[in-house]
Ligand binder design. Structure first.
Ligand SMILES: Cc1cc2nc3c(=O)[nH]c(=O)nc-3n(C[C@H](O)[C@H](O)[C@H](O)COP(=O)(O)OP(=O)(O)OC[C@H]3O[C@@H](n4cnc5c(N)ncnc54)[C@H](O)[C@@H]3O)c2cc1C
Length: 420
C-alpha cells in the first residue's frame, strides 16, 4: 500500500525519469520522490540536439522538460551530477558517487543509453565526436559552424537517424559531408532496402556523399588533429572532424551489478522487464531506452530507443510502481526531420519480418505513406510529409486484420475505412 512514508527513487534524469517523477505526483503520491542523474543539467529532451538546437534555430533553454522551479514545487528531490554507483536489492538501497546511501520502497531504472564507440585507432583525437548529451550538441554546433565557414569536411560513421540528421544540419552550415555505412542503404535495419533509398537520394541531392558497404578502420591524425579516415576497402577520405553515429548501447551496468535479469547484447540488450515494466526484482522497474519490455501486442521482447517510448513508458512505470494494473502495449513510434522532410514511423518491421511494401501517395514528391505488410497485415507504417495519420496507421497495426494492398495503396480510400 502506497503512503506518505514511502520513498520512490528514480535513477536517470532523462525523459523517462522526469516524466515518471511528474506522474507520481500527478497520480497523488505523497511520499518522497528522489530523482538521481549523473548529468548536471536538469532533465532535457534529446531530439532537438540533432535538429533545431544543432541547427541554431532553438535556444538552449527550450530543450528542458520542466522549468527548474517545477521540481521544488512538486517536491521532487534532485541529485544532479551524481551517478548511482551501487544498487543493493536485498537492502533496497542505492549508493551515489559521493557515498550518499538512499533507501527506497520502489526504484525505477531510467538510465537510458550511451553512444557506441568506434573501436579503431584514432578515436582519442580531438576531432572525434559523439552525440547524446547537451554538452555534445553544444560542442558539435560550434564544430559544424566552423566547418561550414572553412569548407571543412565531416565524416559520419553510420547512416542511422542521428547520422542522417547531423548530416542535414552539417550541410545547412555548408560543411562537406561523407557518410560511411556498412549496409547498402541508410537505415537498412529499420526500413529495409526499399525505403532506405529514399534517404540516399534525399541526402545526395543536398550534396552528401555516401560510402556504402564499408567500415572505418582508422582515423588518421597529424599533430593531434584529424586529417582523414580510412575504410576497410582501402580508401582514404579527407576529414577534419568525425562523428561516430553507430548506435547506442543501453546503460545496464547498475542492473547487472545488482543481479537483475538483463537481455544479451546480441539480442539488443537492455534491462529485462515484463509488460508492467517490472524487472526480475519486484520492487524495481525500468523504462525508456534502458528497458527491454515484453510487448503484449507484438508478442516479443523489445527495446525501443525512441522519444515516445520514454515519454509514455516513464509514466506507465510510475503507475505500475503505485500498484496500478499496467500492460504497456503502445505501438512503437518515432519521428525524424531532415531538411524539408518530416516523417513518423509506427510499428516494428525489421527486414525479414515483412513480405510486401505498399506505398500510398506520391513517392517522387516525398509525400506518401509506406506500409510494411506480412500476409496482408500491416506491421509498420511510415508517413512522409503527410500528417495526422500516425494514429490511423497504428490502428491498422493493432487491428492485425489482413487488408487488400490495392485499397491500402489508394489515397482515395480513407484509412479508417480499412479498419475492421
Ligand atoms: C541526438 C538525439 C536525437 C534523437 N532524436 C530522436 C527523434 O527525433 N525521435 C525519436 O523518437 N527519438 C529520438 N532520440 C531518442 C530519444 O531521445 C531517446 O529515446 C530518449 O532520450 C530516451 O530517454 P530515456 O529517459 O530512456 O534515456 P536518456 O535520455 O538517455 O536519459 C537517461 C539519463 O540517465 C542518466 N544515467 C544513466 N545511468 C545513470 C546512473 N547510474 N546514475 C545516474 N544517472 C544515470 C544518463 O546520463 C541520462 O541523463 C534521439 C536521441 C538522441 C541522442
Amino acid at each position: 500500500m502506497v503512503d506518505t512514508h514511502q520513498t520512490f527513487v528514480i535513477v536517470g534524469g532523462g525523459l523517462a525519469g522526469a516524466k515518471a517523477a511528474e506522474t507520481l505526483r500527478a497520480e497523488g503520491f505523497t511520499g518522497r520522490v528522489i530523482l538521481i542523474c549523473d548529468e548536471r543539467d536538469h532533465p532535457y529532451e534529446r531530439p532537438p540536439l540533432s535538429k533545431g538546437y544543432l541547427l541554431g534555430k532553438e535556444e538552449r533553454d527550450s530543450v528542458f522538460i520542466h522549468e527548474p522551479a517545477f521540481y521544488a514545487q512538486a517536491r521532487i528531490e534532485l541529485h544532479l551530477g551524481q551517478p548511482a554507483v551501487h544498487l543493493d536489492p536485498a537492502a533496497r538501497t542505492v549508493r551515489l558517487g559521493d557515498g550518499t546511501l538512499i533507501a527506497y520502497d520502489r526504484l525505477l531504472l531510467a538510465t537510458g543509453a550511451e553512444p557506441r564507440r568506434l573501436n579503431i585507432p584514432g578515436t582519442g583525437l580531438a576531432g572525434v565526436h559523439h552525440l547524446r548529451r547537451l554538452a555534445h550538441a553544444e560542442r558539435l554546433r560550434g564544430v559544424l559552424a566552423s566547418l561550414g565557414r572553412e569548407n571543412g569536411h565531416l565524416v559520419i560513421a553510420g547512416a542511422g537517424w542521428i547520422g542522417l540528421e547531423v548530416a542535414a544540419a552539417a550541410r545547412s552550415y555548408g560543411a562537406e559531408v561523407t557518410i560511411v555505412e556498412p549496409e547498402p542503404t541508410p537505415l537498412h535495419g529499420i526500413l529495409g532496402p526499399e525505403l532506405g533509398a529514399l534517404f540516399t537520394d534525399l541526402h545526395r541531392e543536398r550534396g552528401v556523399r555516401f560510402h556504402f558497404g564499408a567500415r572505418l578502420t582508422e582515423i588518421v591524425g597529424q599533430d593531434g588533429v584529424v586529417v582523414s579516415v580510412r575504410t576497410d576497402d582501402g580508401e582514404d577520405h579527407p576529414a577534419h572532424d568525425v562523428l561516430a553515429a553507430i548506435g547506442a548501447a543501453p546503460r545496464t551496468a547498475l542492473a547487472e551489478q545488482a543481479g537483475l535479469d538483463v537481455v544479451d547484447r546480441a539480442d539488443g540488450g537492455g534491462i529485462a522487464v515484463d509488460a508492467a515494466l517490472r524487472t526480475s526484482d519486484p520492487y524495481i522497474y525500468a523504462a525508456g531506452d534502458a528497458a527491454a519490455a515484453d510487448h503484449p501486442l507484438l508478442d516479443t521482447r523489445l527495446r525501443v530507443e525512441h522519444w515516445a517510448n520514454a515519454l509514455n513508458g516513464g509514466p506507465a512505470a510510475a503507475r505500475a510502481m503505485l500498484g496500478q494494473d499496467i500492460s504497456y502495449d503502445r505501438v512503437p513510434y518515432f519521428f525524424s526531420d531532415q531538411y524539408d522532410l518530416g516523417m513518423e514511423y509506427s510499428g516494428y518491421a525489421p527486414p525479414g519480418s515483412y513480405d510486401q511494401v505498399v506505398c500510398r501517395g506520391d513517392v517522387g514528391k516525398r509525400e506518401f505513406i509506406a506500409f510494411w505488410l506480412s500476409e496482408g497485415r500491416v506491421l509498420a507504417g511510415m508517413n512522409v510529409n503527410v500528417w495526422d495519420v500516425a494514429e490511423h496507421v497504428q490502428q491498422l497495426i493493432r487491428s492485425a486484420a489482413p487488408l487488400d494492398p490495392e485499397r491500402l495503396a489508394d489515397p482515395t480510400v480513407p484509412l479508417t475505412s480499412l479498419l475492421p
